[in-house]
Design a protein around this ligand. Sequence first.
Ligand SMILES: *Cc1c(COP(=O)(O)O)cnc(C)c1O
Length: 462
Amino acid sequence: MQYVSTRGALEPCGFVDAFLMGLADDGGLLVPETIPYVEKSTLEKWRTLSYQDLAFEILSLYTNNEVADEDLKKLIQESYATFRHEHITPIKKINDTLYILELFHGPTFAFKDIALQLIGNLYRHVSKDHEHIIHIIGATSGDTGAAAIEGVRGKEGIKICILHPHEKVSKVQELQMTTTADENVLNLSVRGNFDDCQRMVKQILSNPDWKEQYHLRAVNSINIVRILAQMIYYFYAYFRVCEQNKDAELQFHVPSGNFGDIFAGYLAKKMGLPVGPMLLATNENDILHRFVQTGLYEPTTFKQTYSPAMDIQIASNFERYLYYLCEENGQTVADYMQHFQQHGNIKIEEHKLNIVQKDFLSASIHKNPCMDTIKHYYREYDYLLDPHTACGVAAIEDDTKDKTIVSLATAHPAKFDDVIARCDIEQSFPQEIAQLEHKAQQMDIIDNDLEQVITKITQFFA
Ligand SMILES: *Cc1c(COP(=O)(O)O)cnc(C)c1O
């Protein structure tokens, strides 16, 4: 199994190189050269596997034999030993139509843990082989930073520095990032916004001397391993629902921002997972919804919403889908991306739009329907949805009665208590979150200034 770039101008590379490269050197994103097809008989064999064993079967199709079976098994065991639920990603039946796939049982209570726990261990594994320290830097609006830190804290051979916008992440998110007390973690709280943090990280990463000297690595959702790790729970959820409802025709509802999670579902389907079209749910930042409806991909003005992890204008993983839409022709993708750079939009042809609309349904859920949905499910079913999850659930329409919907719960409601409180709901916090308040915080508050960031990072990496 080799990896190629969506823009077609990269020599195929192996799994570890693809993992370490992050963004492809030609500016594109890495994708598997071929997608392995899983026969019905294999699906039958997978049906009864534990989450970890299923993860091994799926991931080993993609690792190009570069991670020995025994090592991969161990990495998977370690990565999911930190989860609080034996099923890792359990499903909850809400009513005859709806199951919730709970993806928030990892250490930071959001679905990012599922990939970043594995990625943390994989970095450690790779740094052992390469005998040098890996330095990770990243910017976060909240969930990714917490999950990335949790994935590598205390691990040998790795140092991580995360920039977050000062006082612009939720209190729980800030505490999760800053209370770890491990020496290989540096939190920079920047007096600026998320875009400032992201811009400075990009400037540092694009300096070739730095990249070379410090073996710099990025954490963001463009890493192909994040996608691979997120395919597993689509299979796992399918098997669990079928145990209860053998002939169910499943439709996944996915709260979307960077298109990473739903793209993993799309790949799972391409591998042969027998499910219907996926529903992509956005908030008011609806570029992906508009694309599915009209074939025009074009950012508009940024809106602040109740589901901040989905407040995204340009969905970085969209290019991966475009690649398959262009029948894996890298040159066509490169042309589209160049057009996007110059004109700020991409318009696909009618016949491609037909394919998009076979692959995806979509909805854009605004503040009031989001809150109404949280209140309704709490009252009616005693189930508390977080505001991201609520977007996927709110997209269920009345005429879906004979379908079976699996809606992804991407975060625990305790992470976004301000919205829950607005719904006049008082929730009790899980103990792990409640006790964060009593821990000492460690972060450096700095100005929105690249020089200051560089000074801090150089001291830390030294
Ligand atoms: C990151 C995130 C999302 C969006 O996932 P994408 O892969 O970017 O589409 C949705 N909900 C929560 C809680 C998240 O942290």
